[in-house]
Design a binder for this molecule. Sequence first.
Ligand code: HEC
Ligand code: HEC
Length: 498
Amino acid sequence: MTLLLGVGFAGSSVAAPGDTENGEQIYYKRCLACHGEDGDGLGPAAERLNPPPRDFSSGQYKIMSTAFDEMVPQDDDIFRMIAEGMPGTAMPGWSDILSQQEMWDLVAYIKVFAGYDEEEPGPLVDYGTQVASSPESIARGDELFHESDRCSECHGESGKGDAIKGLKDDNGERTWPRNLTKPWTFRGSNSPKDIYARVSAGIPGTQMPSFADPDSTKVLTIEDRWHVANYVESLAAGTERVNPDNTVIKAGRAEGGIPTSWDDPAWGSAPASTFMLVPQIIAKQRHFTPSNDTVTVRAVYDDEQIAILVEWDDRTRSIPGDEKAEKISNPDISEDSVAIQLPIEIPEGMEKPYFGMGDASHPVNIWQWKSGTAETSSSVHLMNGQGFEDIEQREADSIQVAATGAYNNGTWRVVFTRPLVTTETDKDIQFQEGVFIPIAFAAWDGSASEAGSQHTMTTWYWLSLQSSSGSRPFFIALLAALLVAGLLYFWVRSARPQ
Ligand code: HEC
Ligand code: HEC
């Protein structure tokens, strides 16, 4: 499958001739709900989608390898968006559901809405000669990216999309510059060739401009566009990624006291675990470009205390009451926030508490940090939950739950600390070495209308305090996982045709 797609993308001439009539039938079944009967993007499911489904009658396409001053995309471009979908938007990929031919039929059909069935695609972006990535090329790209704020103006100093201004697309919809350190959010890919095409053609209909346009004051030569592309690709190198096999945060033992700030070198030795954040409320005000899509966690402990460092990318530091912050926020700004959820009683074996905020037989502790407003500093909150409706507010000080946060170039880093044991043993989790402790996280982007029960969250994972003598349960679990993985590997290999 991948191979076939690869061939399709390599050039624009391999497009199989599509059958418009068949395309129409598939369109009615699969695409109409969002893109509408007339291809105008006004299907019944389109309401509230941001970005909205494409209006095919406008003839505007975003992910094109056609030169910036031309409208008509390559057939390959359209095919690819249908096959792969557009990450971070409601546009799904169809390659698992539709055959190659069916997707070409769709290409033929949707071109009709703008009369593109009767026009030749515009000329390709001029790729010149690709400059291979190298430390020198990346360094040059870094310079060009920041020179006169060429890209950093919108994508931020470190490329995390922590824009300094509110951006709207041509339809007046709120748009966010891409967080370039997270390649899985790219609508195209983060291969240098793809980035080169986006930088050259721009993303029509959005504020992402073309840097091949000679009228642009920030125009780049072909060679310089390759340097920038190599630099942008390199931004993903340091990004912590979700590893679906990793479900355990391993807390190491700290020598010489636990760290209380995020930049303490002691964190260096703590392994990072990165988890997916998913929206808690799927209902109204769905926004498909949540800045908070992953959270990275590290933990260490000593004889007395545990410290947990939670990091996540957020494009906006949301400060209610601050004029600048309110300018780039949605109208109803609230504080940024993060919370940790832990069961009060560590379950036997591997039973996890109820997915929500605990239930009557599985009460949970919630530690929440809030970023503060123009008038108030950040704050720490302690709650006990037995379900969404049954939340008891407690004094965080009473059991010494503490938290400090810092925002830097598009990333929040918050350190929570707490003594391992408390006096209220029936109300608080008592941390122990060598057992699996369920743990879950939630985050709020206050500039994107996230407050109260509207937020993103992880599912339950495990926290394990690794005693220095080695943790038996962990190794047993690991061994079991490895055995299963090994068997699977063997099975997949032997099942594969030679
Ligand atoms: C659940 C809603 C939904 C469905 C169903 C859907 N789309 Fe989309 N589609 C979108 C959205 C939203 C966008 C715009 C994404 C953006 O602007 O970044 C989009 C964009 C596109 C684009 C534009 C690509 C570009 O580069 O601008 C194409 C082509 C497309 N869809 C084809 C299809 C086809 C063909 C089908 C049916 C097989 C389909 N879509 C089904 C939501 C949907
Ligand atoms: C005026 C603001 C602005 C400037 C300047 C800008 N961008 Fe963007 N960029 C955006 C926006 C907005 C998007 C997201 C568009 C969308 O909604 O899909 C984006 C998206 C991107 C993407 C994502 C492509 C994909 O496949 O998803 C890349 C890569 C990118 N920009 C690179 C750059 C580079 C490199 C520069 C400088 C040479 C630059 N941008 C300058 C606003 C800007």
